[in-house]
Design a protein. Structure first.
Length: 218
């Protein structure tokens, strides 16, 4: 997928990882430390908010039945459709992904900071790892993802494993990573890893040494 280029010299770190790996927790920890975060999941919701062209495009493509009575997108209904219909999923992606990418670039370019985090769950799946300066992957074993999904969403093991098959493999994410956070411990370990990486990324942004060797934490 071709993405519009960023402007400016800020270091942009792409944060990604599999479902239930702990990406949101890591993103929040960076934000608590004052790091600007551009969250593509939030942007994806904003582009289909009532009154937005993205929502109009979805309705035109899939019908008004994709709306709730209050005019908002019926996410569970749309999710069920694209989960079972690959062609429909591809049509939806063609409608929304260019809008999401363009909005991400606008938000990123408006920030004034030496480095920033681009939280992009599908960075690897969409072939966008070269779009950012550095890739940070939050990783955990697949069995842990399954357990977390079952606990979080109340789904069966089969449903959880089916969700995992819709994403890039763990090996492909790790192969794309510059830096890795192994999220198999507690929040204290995650916080320590975020502190370490914050120092590293600040140093890279200051010195311009973007070829710095990667790290694996904690």
């Amino acid at each position: 997928m071709t993405a519009p280029p960023f402007r400016g010299t800020a270091l942009r770190v792409g944060l990604t990882g599999g479902i239930a790996s702990g990406k949101s927790t890591v993103s929040n920890l960076f934000a608590e430390r004052g790091v600007p975060v551009v969250d593509m999941d939030l942007i994806a919701r904003e582009v289909v908010a009532p009154g937005q062209p993205g929502l109009d495009a979805v309705v035109a493509e899939f019908g008004a039945e994709m709306l709730c009575p209050d005019g908002r997108l019926d996410r569970p209904r749309l999710r069920a459709l694209v989960f079972s219909d690959t062609a429909a999923r591809l049509r939806l992606e063609a409608l929304l992904h260019p809008r999401i990418l363009a909005a991400t670039v606008r938000m990123s370019d408006a920030l004034e900071a030496p480095w920033q985090l681009i939280a992009a769950p599908l960075l690897v799946e969409r072939g966008l790892t070269g779009w950012v300066d550095r890739v940070l992957v939050v990783d955990c074993p697949q069995r842990v993802q399954v357990q977390r999904l079952m606990a979080r969403d109340g789904c069966t093991e089969a449903e959880a494993r089916s969700l995992l098959t819709m994403q890039a493999t763990r090996d492909s994410r790790l192969a794309a990573a510059d830096d890795i956070i192994e999220n198999t411990g507690g929040i204290g370990l995650l916080a320590g890893a975020v502190d370490t990486l914050s120092i590293i990324y600040r140093e890279i942004a200051t010195t311009g040494r973007r070829d710095r060797p990667g790290v694996r934490l904690p």
